[in-house]
Design a protein around this ligand. Structure first.
Ligand SMILES: Cc1cc2nc3c(=O)[nH]c(=O)nc-3n(C[C@H](O)[C@H](O)[C@H](O)COP(=O)(O)OP(=O)(O)OC[C@H]3O[C@@H](n4cnc5c(N)ncnc54)[C@H](O)[C@@H]3O)c2cc1C
Length: 368
């Protein structure tokens, strides 16, 4: 099942890479903090972060649906790494949609091709713009660019010599979005407390103390910010649905295999392979349609699709665990790992509660 013309993707090469370079390390990524650096660089070399970008930007010249499928292909094996693929592809997407040629000239091709890895620290700003929390980063215009102060509690796909993309509020109003290297003076990375999974996601707390951002590193100045967010936000949300789709597909495989031995008792469970498969197909059809509409896709429908992706991942991974029984409860089993990965899909910004808040606001507006 896919949302794109899957055959146009280098799926065979990506699958070989997943089996050789990612699959043997999934447990170490989940629990021991192994960051899949080699896989990320090799996937970038195959165009794995830039399916939706034109060849002039270092991309495969396909479409957003292809990028979503690619993320889901990775998520079938490792949800944590699929999130890193989303982070990297989203940073390439930010660069592609910037109006500023200088920032594109510096970073677009290296990020699109995975030569330089990049984290997106946008959760706080996205939640701030939805009226959920205060913004953490402050910017001051220093005549020669900007100075940034503040901290972000968790940003993934980071490490020494990576890039961070984030947004800050200006003292006199408006917002700025920028790129900064993690090696820049004044920027420090702090290890996070141990998570219940996804330990190899390269997630750090980031502190910025008087960090200088030159105009060449600006993705959007305050006067560009609103239109800029409008251009990238549908892609940002739709690409996240790839993480959930891969988890659902892997869960369907678990259910299928378990039923070969245990269907006489598994048939009493609520969510069965045919109904979950149908829900996935319906969701993927809707996502393909929305992805093809680009910035014209109705935001309400995009938010609903992202929320359905979270709900279906929770339901399918739980059903797979119930079908697999004790075998799925072993710490070595991918079945229990996927429960935790699905939970992450539902709590990473925009979390399910955040999505429902925005959906409710848009529905109320439409009803008025
Ligand atoms: C493994 C992991 C990876 C993540 N990667 C990224 C990423 O790459 N980029 C990104 O922008 N965000 C990232 N996040 C943050 C994520 O997207 C959410 O914003 C975050 O989980 C908070 O959402 P919430 O719904 O719990 O917020 P709310 O329920 O609204 O929580 C309120 C606030 O309290 C803060 N908070 C709660 N507990 C703690 C704590 N122990 N220390 C510090 N702050 C705390 C939260 O950050 C949040 O801002 C990551 C989170 C996790 C767990």
């Amino acid at each position: 099942m896919s949302v794109s013309n899957f055959s146009a993707l280098p799926t065979q090469a990506i699958d070989t890479l997943i089996q050789s370079t990612l699959a043997p390390h999934v447990q170490a990524i989940d629990r021991e903090g192994l960051f899949p650096r080699e896989f990320m660089h090799a996937l970038g070399n195959l165009g794995g972060f830039a399916a939706a970008l034109p060849p002039t930007s270092g991309g495969l010249g396909l479409d957003l649906a292809s990028q979503i499928d690619l993320i889901s292909q990775v998520a079938r094996t490792c949800g944590s790494t699929a999130f890193l693929v989303w982070c990297q592809a989203t940073c390439a997407w930010y660069l592609q949609h910037s109006d500023n040629a200088a920032v594109q000239a510096r970073y677009l091709q290296p990020v699109a091709q995975g030569r330089v890895l990049a984290g997106t620290g946008m959760s706080n700003a996205v939640k701030h713009l939805a009226g959920i929390e205060r913004i953490n980063l402050r910017a001051q215009n220093d005549g020669n660019g900007y100075r940034i102060n503040g901290a972000l509690p968790w940003v993934s796909n980071l490490g020494p010599d990576h890039l961070l993309m984030a947004a800050a509020a200006l003292e006199d109003g408006g917002y700025l979005m920028f790129v900064v290297s993690t090696d820049t003076a004044g920027l420090s990375l702090r290890p996070c407390p141990t998570f219940s999974g996804m330990e190899g996601s390269g997630t750090y707390g980031v502190r910025l103390k008087d960090v200088h951002i030159s105009v060449e590193d600006v993705l959007a100045h305050p006067w560009q910010f609103e239109a800029y967010v409008e251009r990238f936000k549908r892609g940002f949300l739709l690409m996240q649905t790839g993480m959930g789709a891969g988890l659902v597909q892997a869960s369907l495989e678990t259910i299928h295999t378990s039923n070969q031995r245990l269907s006489h008792v598994n048939c009493f469970l609520d969510d069965q392979e045919p109904s979950l498969g149908q829900e996935l197909l319906a969701l993927q059809t809707d996502i393909a349609h929305l992805a093809a509409q680009g910035t014209e896709a109705p935001l309400l429908n995009v938010l609903r699709a992202r929320a359905r992706g979270s709900e279906l991942s929770l339901k399918a991974t739980q059903s797979a665990a119930l079908h697999a029984g004790a075998a799925g409860y072993l710490i070595s089993s991918p079945v229990q790992r996927r429960l935790r990965e699905a939970l992450f899909v539902a709590i990473v910004t925009p979390a399910l509660k955040h999505l429902r808040k925005e959906i409710n606001a848009l529905e109320s507006l439409q009803a008025a």
